[in-house]
Design a protein around this ligand. Structure first.
Ligand code: ZN
Length: 451
């Protein structure tokens, strides 16, 4: 049995029963948190000294396209319905070879771990089974806890998007699931669905039925931009043909154009929402769904979405998502000619949306999302003795507003250290670096992207 004791830290458990502890310890046995308290017995344990550190659960990114990591820095001035559809879905994703999936996924996962995200849903566009296999290899090699979302192949936008009449490739999905995912402790499968926005009603339903049959999460891009009204002249139909199929195993990415009524229906049915505020605000998706989900009594989760565009650091999504929502809430009060005397969304709530709410959205709340005895040990340790974080009066506010990747000293996934003393431990970070850069250069040059 391996025993690890994180000793004498400021514990921000985010579990109401555990609370916050000054000078607290976290005892881990075989990857499971077994005890949180003061002065725990260090015998036979590897001790990680945590004084001057906040000890918190790792972030959960509920929506990211990790394979785009090596084409980062091309989409900063792109809109969704302009350049993104033309260059990314209609061009670059078709140029990916299996090794490009591997290298994007690997360094995307390294970026996640380095910036404190211990679990991510990787929304993937595998052109073939081999593309999918290499994308999953990357997640496994990086040591990230991950949900691999098998979405439509990226090699033919006309076939797989718009009004697609083709269902997801069931045989390939089953093969990948059985061979690489089903028995892996850190990996799980989801289906990345087009939903009624991007395929026929029949396909939207049959893809969903496949997810149900496999017993996996269905994650769907919906309600971003005015699509499909900009193309077909209809009002946005919301869940449309899948309205009667909603449940806690359904996740919506974006959802900007849903009506409050549709959101209420979805929240009542247990559907989770992934808000990716930074990308949505840039690319013309519309106002982030945060406010509507909160009003419906739910809580959205945060995601990075396209890392061809922005950093994979979840801290940015917490800050931007929260402050934007506060702005809208404040403005409503100001427009009623009143003064704002309290903020709406709190720092603790945004941190919970980056952790436990993400875990719930991925149906992993029994395993991760808080520091709780019985859960797996996905833990981050943040330095508070740096001049940019000290004196860290409120550990929650320090995590949300002051800490960046340079303060994340230690990261554990399933009890295994993947980052120590501020450095990732995986030798592939340096071993695969040149291939990663070459992959990105080839893709951008073959796609003819003019920068
Ligand atoms: Zn997306």
């Amino acid at each position: 049995m391996t025993r690890t004791l994180i000793q004498n830290g400021t514990i921000v458990s985010l579990d109401p029963d555990v609370g916050e502890l000054e000078g607290g310890d976290v005892l881990i046995e075989d990857g499971e948190i077994v005890e949180i308290g003061h002065g725990l017995d260090p015998s036979n344990a590897e001790v990680i000294a945590a004084e001057n550190h906040i000890v918190a659960p790792g972030f959960v990114d509920s929506h990211i396209h990790m394979a785009q990591t090596q084409v980062r820095g091309i989409a900063g001035d792109w809109s969704l319905m302009g350049e993104y559809f033309e260059h990314m879905l209609g061009n670059i994703t078709g140029l990916y070879q299996p090794e490009d999936m591997y290298l994007g996924g690997l360094f995307g996962a390294f970026e996640k771990l380095h910036t404190g995200t211990t679990t991510a849903l990787d929304w993937s566009y595998p052109n073939t089974l081999e593309h999918g296999e290499r994308a999953v290899d990357a997640l496994a090699d990086a040591g990230l806890r991950a949900v691999y979302a098998w979405g439509p192949p990226g090699d033919d936008a006309a076939k797989w998007w718009y009004e697609s009449e083709v269902g997801l490739p069931e045989q390939q999905i089953r093969e990948l699931y059985d061979e690489q995912i089903r028995d892996d402790d850190l990996l799980s499968l989801a289906l990345g669905l087009r939903g009624p926005d991007f395929c026929t009603d029949e396909i939207a339903r049959s893809d969903m039925e496949l997810a149900r049959e496999l017993g996996v999460l269905a994650t769907i891009h919906m309600g971003a931009a005015c699509w499909p009204s900009s193309m077909y002249g209809e009002d946005y139909q919301g869940f449309g043909s899948i309205s009667d199929m909603l449940g806690p195993d359904v996740n919506v990415a974006h959802g900007n154009h849903f009506t409050q009524e549709d959101i209420q229906h979805a929240v009542d049915a247990g559907v989770s929402f992934s808000s990716t505020p930074e990308v949505e605000m840039q690319m013309g998706h519309g106002i982030p769904v945060t406010g509507k989900v909160l009003e419906a009594g739910g809580r959205p989760t945060w995601g990075v979405d396209v890392c061809s565009n922005i950093t994979g650091d979840m801290a940015n999504q917490m800050r931007i998502g929260m402050q934007t929502q506060r702005m809208f809430d404040n403005q409503e009060i100001l427009e009623a000619n009143e003064e704002v005397t309290a903020v709406s969304l709190t720092c603790r709530e945004t941190l919970e949306m980056a952790t436990i709410e993400g875990a719930k959205a991925l149906q992993m709340e029994d395993e991760i999302g808080t520091l709780t005895p019985g859960k797996r040990a996905d833990v981050i340790m943040i330095r508070t003795d740096d001049f940019r974080t000290a004196p860290a009066h409120s550990p929650v506010e320090t995590i949300v507003f002051q800490a960046d990747a340079s303060h994340i000293d230690t990261v554990l996934v399933d009890g295994e250290p993947v980052k120590r003393d501020g450095e990732l431990l995986n030798p592939k970070v340096s071993e695969e670096y040149d291939r990663f850069v070459q992959s990105g250069r080839r893709l951008v040059s073959e796609a003819g992207i003019d920068l």
